[in-house]
Design a protein. Structure first.
Length: 754
């Protein structure tokens, strides 16, 4: 018996030694070779590298890895795109031992645990940018005023899914090559080491960018199954607040998905964008239910319903207070077509350039050469509900390629059906409404807007706008917003040089017809029509807070108000020339300067210029602060509308109030104090060049007060004043003789502070 026992023992020991040696060989040679082969294949096909802290074969269980990381070859090793705490691979190790690494179907399944997926910043998706270049004659552009198909019409539908040949000729174009995605997917999924089934458990999405890191809420389990006929991937995901079911068909190069996500904190998405600190700070949660379809490479259609709750947004350009307390629902259908031609503009082609020097530049831009850009992201359906206000909202970005800093054109169609004015006011979010929330409105408002903005020449934007305000009326208004009082006498309290002054503004006087003819550049017929329009202004509404304001500060009786016909005629002419040359020809907003201001502010990333008219400056001086923020500009625009279009305060009253209430220097309010302080004269006796000097300092009177302290007008400023005198001569506000007299001598201050 003993020899048998010894034999069995030795045989068992030998088998154990052989198994241990084989396992050691597998773990020391074959597994590293297999892992290296997988890493090299991934690197050659996708530009990615896979690393692991440990790798081993566990008998009867498969391959086990810990600390798995996938990083970009050119990326930061410390910022993996994918990471997993553990990875278990069910691999046919016997087939591998007998047939080698070249065998097919080597890996049956792969299970990832504790997964972190780190999306790259949106601007870093560069692996698709190697485009094709096809040399063919470019299509000739259509006429500038040709009508484009209506969004959603048959003519505007996306190209057929029949294949590349049905898309039309793209011309000499280099854009995103979405076929690379499918080529890459095909190579990866057909690789011998790609598993038939892949599971990811306890998956989170972690975003890192520019030292900003955020984790999207909720955890997800994913299942990916490879199907052979047709060659496709079926992806299913379900988690705390997300559900996804999608199919990627590599043979048909078609993708579709059903998507449902809920309670996503949009503030945590900032890390998906480069330079996230330049974007507004947003917070709130969103839900989305929709369907994604890509019938051919590159063509994408997404439809669904986006819901946002408890939304807020803050940025330095919006003001110190966050715009908060609003909710939205957007039921939309959008299409991204990378080969769509840039349609000729419907509105821009009819626009008149702001000056002749722009025309040559326009010939080289997308305004006149639609064939120079292509690709579009367009909303074909868009029903937006914002705090209960329902409207149609259809934006479109056109001419996305060739890749530049901005697309060629932004189009927007907006339709607000007839809606109660008070309901619209109540829907304005907190932080934007301010004291306007206390107003009471009646009547209905509807609005149709059709906007086209050439993003390479924003100042040439154009639009069609139709606003209907049926039975609109302001029923009550806070005292601090009461523009209607400007049609009567009133008191105004202002802060000047650290002290409060309560100024009495007398009843308005209508300027004579001769004054209007000389100063407004209007014909007699235009003046009469303007006067008739102004006589039908809305009455003053109920004034909230007037009694509290009445005795707040004692009246400053030394202050003296000067009517237009009681001051030198050169004063209003100089103010109009320096501050608002088209004052009598607009309704409170000069849309030409508005266009230029928008372009400059977008280029600078802030609000550098405000395109203010005299009406807007008067509104700012009387009712608002001087912050250069969007919220104040919105308040300003609404008050301008009430002043000029509803109350219909006369143009000469607005000009007269501005001249009497504007600051000309530290503690120097109005033209009476300015004339006596600087020149020791009554306003009626001010000369041409004295009037031009006072008007020229109005953009920054405290800064330019240094000229008075020094007791002289320097050469540089005198040259600056001469340009205004040139304009006055060109517009007929001066005769040749008056122009020569004005140039004969600089203004002389009565006494300077030496």
């Amino acid at each position: 018996m003993k020899p048998k026992i010894i034999f069995l023992f030795l045989t068992s020991l030998l088998l154990i030694l052989l198994f241990s040696a084989g396992l050691h060989y597998v773990n020391s040679r074959l597994v590293p070779d297999l892992f290296t082969s997988l890493s090299q294949g991934l690197e050659s096909r996708a530009g990615l590298t896979i690393k692991a802290d440990s790798a081993a074969y566990v008998p009867f269980k498969g391959l086990r890895f810990t600390g798995v990381r996938v990083v970009s070859v050119d990326g930061d090793p410390g910022m993996p795109l994918f990471a997993a705490g553990r990875l278990l691979i069910d691999a046919d190790i016997i087939k591998y031992l007998t047939k080698g690494a070249d065998t097919e179907d080597l890996i049956r399944s792969a299970d990832f645990y504790d997964v972190e997926i780190c999306p790259v910043p949106v601007e870093s998706l560069l692996f698709l940018t190697k485009g094709r270049s096809v040399e063919v004659p470019a299509a000739s552009p259509g006429p500038p005023d040709a009508e484009k198909p209506d969004p959603g019409s048959d003519q505007a539908q996306p190209r057929s899914a029949a294949g590349p040949d049905s898309r039309g000729d793209p011309g000499d174009r280099k854009s995103l090559d979405f076929s690379r995605f499918w080529d890459l997917g095909t190579k990866v999924t057909q690789h011998r080491l790609f598993p038939k089934q892949l599971f990811m458990y306890n998956t989170i999405f972690r975003c890192r960018n520019n030292n900003v890191e955020s984790v999207l809420p909720g955890r997800v389990d994913l299942q990916i199954m490879l199907e052979d006929s047709p060659m496709s991937l079926r992806i299913e995901a379900e988690g705390d607040n997300a559900k996804l079911g999608s199919v990627l068909s590599f043979e048909g190069r078609r993708a579709e998905a059903e998507i449902s996500v809920s309670d996503i904190d949009i503030g945590q998405l900032a890390a998906l964008f480069d330079n996230a600190g330049d974007y507004p700070l947003v917070s709130g949660s969103v839900d989305f239910d929709g369907r994604f379809v890509s019938p051919v490479p590159g063509l994408i259609e997404l439809e669904g319903i986006l819901r946002g709750r408890d939304l807020s947004i803050s940025h330095q350009t919006l003001g110190g207070e966050a715009v908060s307390g609003f909710a939205l629902i957007y039921d939309f259908n959008l299409i991204f077509d990378p080969e769509a031609s840039l349609p000729p503009p419907r509105i821009l082609g009819k626009a008149t350039p702001s000056n002749p020097g722009i025309i040559a530049a326009m010939q080289e831009s997308h305004l006149r050469d639609p064939s120079s850009a292509w690709g579009e992201l367009r909303f074909r359906k868009g029903r937006l509900t914002l705090n209960g206000i329902v409207m149609e909202f259809l934006p479109a970005l056109r001419g996305i390629f060739p890749q530049a800093s901005l697309p060629a054109r932004l189009d927007l169609r907006l339709h607000l059906p007839e809606t109660r004015a008070q309901k619209i006011l109540a829907a304005v979010p907190e932080g934007l409404s301010g004291p306007f929330a206390r107003m009471e409105l009646s009547g209905n408002i509807s609005w149709n807007l059709d906007l086209e903005v050439p993003l390479d020449m924003i100042r040439e934007m154009n639009w069609r706008s139709a606003v209907s305000m049926e039975d609109f009326a302001v029923e009550s208004i806070p005292e601090e917003l009461n523009v209607y009082k400007l049609k009567r006498s009133f008191f105004h309290t202002l802060e000047s040089s650290g002290s409060s002054r309560r100024l009495h503004i007398p009843e308005p006087k209508i300027a004579g017809l001769d004054w209007m003819r000389k100063n407004s550049e209007l014909t007699e017929g235009q003046i009469k029509r303007l006067r008739a329009w102004e006589r039908h202004g809305a009455p003053e509404p109920k004034n909230l807070g007037a009694m509290q304001e009445a005795g707040a500060v004692p009246a400053d009786w030394p202050y003296h108000y000067i009517y237009l016909e009681e001051m030198s005629p050169w004063i209003p002419l100089a103010v109009l020339t320096c501050e608002d040359g088209d004052f009598f020809f607009h309704d409170g907003i000069n849309w030409l300067t508005f266009r230029h201001a928008v372009e400059r502010n977008i280029s600078s990333g802030g609000i550098e210029v405000g395109a203010s008219t005299l009406t807007m400056q008067l509104i700012k001086n009387l009712f608002l602060n001087r912050e250069r923020v969007i919220s104040r500009k919105i308040h300003e625009a609404f008050l301008v509308y009430l002043l000029e279009r509803d109350a219909r305060v006369s143009k000469e009253r607005i000009l007269e109030l501005y001249i009497n209430l504007v600051e000309f220097g530290p503690g120097i309010i109005g033209i009476n104090e300015a004339s006596r302080h600087f020149f020791g004269k009554d306003p009626m006796d001010i000369s041409i060049n004295e009037a031009v000097w006072m008007a020229s300092i109005l953009p920054a009177p405290r800064r330019y007060y240094s000229m008075y302290r020094e007791g002289r007008v320097p050469d540089s400023w005198w040259n600056h004043m001469q340009r205004y005198l040139d304009v006055m001569l060109e517009r007929g506000r001066l005769t040749e003789e008056e122009y020569r007299q004005a140039l004969a001598a600089r203004p002389v201050f009565t006494h300077g502070e030496q």
